[in-house]
Design a protein around this ligand. Structure first.
Ligand SMILES: [Zn+2]
Length: 127
């Protein structure tokens, strides 16, 4: 009666890499994992921990860290660190919650350090 059929459920630990099919891709500067399409870029005028940082609508292929309250130039925000799924470099953070009304637009958006980004295939910006 014992159902001892030990099905070896091999857990698929393979990290899932989403390949972004686009001409203008931002990738991880260290391992070139695709991170975001240019269309997802909202602003380049942000300040990261390492200098200039970009604000994105969405980011692929990242691992989210734990919620953390952080005091930034624009006040206290709840953020999560984001790291590259492949090389595990911390590339920026995700805004989870903004305490100030005028900062709410950043909720669920992503900050990525400029130095952690590279332009895949060196595309040019055409604004
Ligand atoms: Zn990487």
């Amino acid at each position: 009666m014992s159902s001892s059929s030990k099905k070896q459920k091999k857990q698929r630990n393979k990290a899932f890499y989403k390949y972004l099919d686009n001409d203008r891709i931002y990738s991880c500067s260290k391992c070139h994992t695709h991170l975001a399409k240019h269309e997802e870029l909202i602003s380049k005028a942000f300040q990261g921990r390492l200098g200039r940082a970009f604000l994105f609508n969405s980011i692929e292929n990242v691992i989210l860290g734990k919620n953390e309250d952080r005091t930034l130039i624009t006040g206290v925000h709840t953020v999560k660190d984001i790291s590259c799924v492949s090389c595990r470099s911390v590339i920026g953070w995700k805004y989870v919650y903004a305490y100030q009304e005028d900062q709410k637009y950043k909720e669920n958006k992503y900050i990525v350090e400029k130095t952690m980004l590279s332009k895949e295939n060196n595309w040019d910006e055409q604004y």
